[in-house]
Design a protein around this ligand. Structure first.
Ligand SMILES: Nc1ncnc2c1ncn2[C@@H]1O[C@H](COP(=O)(O)OP(=O)(O)OP(=O)(O)O)[C@@H](O)[C@H]1O
Ligand SMILES: [Mg+2]
Length: 346
């Protein structure tokens, strides 16, 4: 189901946790809320769920104003970071719970509930573990039970708040791929909270980047990575360099020289040049380019991360090179130029 959030504001005892946030979540979409700690991700999720009431603004489920409906009326599936399974219930009982507590006229028959729970356990690949208790499962298995339980009620929206946050890196990676597959099979509208940019980039149809209670940018993973609309988004998604530069004569100048980066249509004056460590080209000396001394380098998986000192008063520039290109480079002077960049104003 489509969910529309309109100018939502939430204050906790005068502290504004969300400022007039608006967002359209499309039916069947897997959307990630991504942002640093305290940016308002959980608050937004809890407002959509109906676990909190908005201070101002509205939430629509389809055409219906759901702003003041209860959690039950909204028919939400929720999974939290920390396993919230019922400890005294078996896996099967946990998954069946949401259907068993329905009022009699909306409750399926016992046999039907059981059938559905078995189907869901097969979907989350836990067939055979129906009789176990949560304490007898691994963390990843528990989160999969939690997801099956959330899906059992055929929710209008699935809300996942860092569901894999407490698990180790490899398990997270596996579950992330698996969640994408499950989503593609079931097609539930899903809102997924994470502060892990890699997770959001890999998993989501669209990413909502949040900072300090505001939405900074909404876009596909490609859009937010390739075309960040603010220094915050540039810095938060992926690695980045930020250099203090000057625009003069439709070109970017660093210190006393142009560096071969055109800036058509940019007004004159101070600016910040952002570029990613892998978006650079090494040159064999140059008239107009950047230059500096390699301060250090370290191997990270398939590439070498090289730190270049470009002068006092500037952050060192980090560039990524194939290891063979970086051999013997330490302490030498190199010339380079960004091949892709964005200019922001300070
Ligand atoms: N019940 C509450 N009472 C007071 N302040 C709150 C409450 N819940 C959240 N806040 C504040 O609102 C802001 C947003 O919190 P929220 O939990 O939404 O952040 P988050 O993006 O989910 O962070 P994290 O990644 O750490 O989970 C924070 O500054 C937080 O301290
Ligand atoms: Mg949170």
């Amino acid at each position: 189901m489509e969910v529309r959030v309109e100018k939502l504001r939430k204050e906790f005892e005068r502290f504004p946790a969300l400022h007039h946030v608006s967002l359209d979540i499309r039916s069947g979409e897997l959307i990630a809320l991504l942002g640093p700690s305290g940016s308002g991700k959980t608050t937004l999720l809890r407002l959509i769920a109906g676990l909190e009431a908005p201070t101002e603004g509205k939430i629509f489920f389809g055409e219906q104003d759901a702003s003041y409906k209860s959690v039950q009326e909204r028919n939400i599936g929720f999974v939290f970071q920390h396993y919230a399974l019922f400890r005294h219930m078996t896996v099967l009982e946990n998954v069946s719970f949401g259907l068993k507590i329905r009022p009699a006229k909306r409750r399926p028959e016992a046999a039907e509930i059981k059938k559905r729970a078995f189907e869901l356990l097969e979907l989350v690949q836990l067939s055979g573990l129906e009789k176990r208790y949560p304490a007898q499962l691994s963390g990843g298995q528990r989160q999969r039970v939690a997801l099956a339980r959330a899906m059992a009620v055929e929710p209008n929206v699935l809300l996942l708040d860092e569901p894999f946050g407490a698990l180790d890196a490899q398990v997270r990676k596996d579950l992330r791929k698996w969640l994408r597959e499950i989503h593609d099979q079931t097609g539930h509208t899903t809102v997924f909270v994470t502060h892990d940019q890699e997770e959001a980039l890999e998993l989501a149809d669209r990413i909502v980047v949040m900072s300090q209670g505001r939405i900074e940018q909404v876009g596909t993973p490609d859009e937010v990575y390739d075309n960040p609309n603010s220094p915050f988004v540039f810095g938060f998604i992926g690695q980045s360099n930020c250099l203090k530069v000057r625009i003069s004569n439709h070109e970017v100048w660093f210190e006393d020289r142009p560096i071969g980066v055109p800036a058509p249509g940019e007004r004159e004056g101070e600016a910040l040049l952002y570029f990613r460590p892998h978006d650079i080209q090494i040159l064999d000396g140059c008239g107009g380019c950047m230059a500096g001394v390699v301060a250090s380098s370290r191997r990270v998986a398939g590439t070498r991360h090289v730190e270049v000192d470009v002068g006092s008063g500037h952050n060192p520039v980090e560039i990524e090179l194939p290891p063979e290109r970086a051999a013997g480079i330490d302490r030498s002077r190199i010339a380079f130029r960004p091949t892709k960049w964005k200019i922001f104003r300070p």
